[in-house]
Design a protein around this ligand. Structure first.
Ligand code: IDP
Ligand code: MG
Length: 156
């Protein structure tokens, strides 16, 4: 099982889209194992987006991400990192395919509603930035037997 770090960005919170976006992940069969509303500090934004520090859009990105509260989520499932990225769609709202979160809910290239880890390694790093020990839960859901085929001993 993988866990991805998802951030519902300030535009998603301000536009009242949290519930509809979370529902998409739940509808897919993914498990929400961590969730909190928080304000990202400039220091945390800098750590999170450290690989983008030299990009022209970086100052605007940090300003946007710290401008208003975000909801951070830990989302678990078999292959959750790639599944979440596919569900988010392409980076730019103007280009993201219909049926994806960015494709269905936005048109902006910078206010693009959602962040998702882009690899299992990035997910581990980002989860440790946003969640303290004990804030990500480990629990079985009653319906899990019908989300995955476990007849081969591992989730399929
Ligand atoms: P990703 O969020 O799809 O992984 P990244 O390339 O990692 O995309 O960029 C991080 C974030 O920076 C994007 O989600 C978006 O908010 C912002 N961003 C990326 N490229 C641009 C750009 O060219 N103009 C404005 N904002 C951008
Ligand atoms: Mg990225």
């Amino acid at each position: 099982m993988e866990t991805s770090l998802i951030i519902l960005k300030p535009d998603a919170v301000q536009r009242g889209l949290m519930g509809r976006i979370i529902s998409r992940f739940e509808d897919k069969g993914l498990q929400v194992v961590g969730a909190k509303l928080m304000r990202i500090t400039p220091e945390l934004a800098a750590q999170h987006y450290k690989d983008h520090v030299s990009r022209p859009f970086y100052p605007g990105l940090v300003k946007f991400m710290t401008s208003s509260p975000v909801m951070v989520l830990a989302i678990r499932g078999n292959g959750a990192v790639a599944i979440c990225r596919n569900m988010m769609g392409a980076t730019f709202g103007s280009k993201a395919a219909a049926g994806t979160i960015r494709g269905d809910f936005g048109v902006s290239n910078s206010f693009n509603l959602i962040h998702g880890s882009d690899s299992p390694e990035a997910a581990a790093r980002e989860l440790s930035l946003f969640f303290k020990a004990g804030e990500v839960q480990e629990f079985d859901r009653a319906g899990d037997a019908w989300v995955y085929d476990m007849s081969g001993g591992k989730p399929e």
